[in-house]
Design a protein around this ligand. Structure first.
Ligand SMILES: Cc1cc2nc3c(=O)[nH]c(=O)nc-3n(C[C@H](O)[C@H](O)[C@H](O)COP(=O)(O)OP(=O)(O)OC[C@H]3O[C@@H](n4cnc5c(N)ncnc54)[C@H](O)[C@@H]3O)c2cc1C
Length: 289
């Protein structure tokens, strides 16, 4: 469990980080909190010759609300910083709560939201809630900047659409009309366990009628997936427990889980049914996003 040899760079700017990633190509890897990269290196699963540290880049550490734009979360913000941020708690308590329910305190202190997204692990906890709220990712490389809906960043298990010289700089949760949102994680232990199933729901409810709903399923497909048929089903209907249960059945038909050491595909599908119902109930009835 020793780290292999590597060269380490600590760039002073995002531009320099991208140039280094471009210069060293496939020999190089960006590292933020290192809770994934270093574990893989110690386990001989990864052996980059060059590590490009993103930890000193202050533009990646911001959390702010920009009127007309939304809540901006730098990719280098740690999970505990997401959890404790007053800006995030005031605007999106559900995001703060999702950060609180992942990993353990040590990992939350080091692990970043950018690393969580860039890893593209299907069971990751932050993608579902951020996608449900319509978040975008800002990606910077040597050729410039681009902004993508977060759901379009994922290309498959552990694969994103990022080029070798690109990093994610920030996520933006745009101002929306959601009246409630939540992320529900089902793991095999109460804490510190990866999600067997994760379901995020964001809803806009007026006079008891669901005007808009976004449901995002984690750990049950190669990438986080919107349950779009369930979302359409809910539109313009009176919110009720029966309606949420029906939406859960529809959502369970919209995922493609695998069987692995943590659960069978059939069990995961059934948990999607159960947790979609619960997530909708919570999002509709808790009275805040
Ligand atoms: C014990 C333990 C428990 C865990 N529990 C959970 C859990 O419950 N839920 C969960 O979702 N995850 C969990 N994880 C996984 C991991 O800790 C998180 O995904 C974490 O957020 C990764 O962030 P990091 O900054 O440490 O990433 P790093 O290890 O630094 O990097 C991870 C990957 O992202 C890339 N990267 C990092 N930042 C950027 C960027 N800004 N732009 C482009 N690429 C970037 C790196 O090159 C690397 O490929 C756990 C890990 C451990 C070790």
């Amino acid at each position: 469990m020793y780290l292999p040899d590597f060269e380490y760079f600590s760039p002073d700017s995002v531009e320099e980080a991208c140039q280094l990633l471009s210069k060293y190509g496939s020999k190089a890897k960006a590292i933020a909190g290192g809770t994934d990269v270093l574990v893989k290196m110690k386990s001989d699963l990864l052996a980059p010759e060059v590590l490009i540290g993103l930890g000193q880049l202050s533009p990646l550490k911001k959390i702010e609300y920009v009127p007309g734009k939304g809540v901006v979360i730098g990719s280098g913000v740690t999970h505990n910083e997401v959890r404790d941020s007053k800006v995030i708690q005031e605007k999106y308590m559900s995001v703060s709560q999702a950060a609180h329910h992942m990993a353990n305190n040590q990992v939350r202190n080091r692990g970043t939201i950018g690393g969580n997204i860039s890893n593209a692990v299907p069971s990751a906890d932050m993608p579902p809630i951020l996608i449900s709220l319509g978040a975008t990712a800002t990606i910077v490389g040597t050729k410039g900047e681009r902004t993508l809906p977060l759901e379009d960043v994922f290309a498959g298990p552990n694969v994103t659409v990022l080029e070798q010289d690109e990093i994610i700089t920030e996520f933006v949760i745009p101002d929306g009309n959601f009246t409630g949102s939540t992320y529900m994680k089902f793991g095999l232990r109460a804490s510190g366990a990866l999600a067997v199933v994760g379901v995020a729901a964001a809803v806009q409810v007026e006079d008891g009628v669901i005007k808009d709903a976004r449901i995002v399923l984690g750990a049950v497909s190669p990438t986080p997936v919107r349950a779009k048929k369930a979302e359409s089903f809910l539109k313009d209907k009176q919110a009720s427990e029966e309606l949420f249960a029906e939406a859960g059945v529809i959502a369970s038909g919209e995922c493609k889980p695998i069987s692995d050491i943590r659960a069978s595909a059939e069990y995961r599908k059934d948990m999607v049914r159960v947790f979609t119902k619960r997530a909708l109930d919570a999002a509709v009835n808790k009275g805040h996003v």
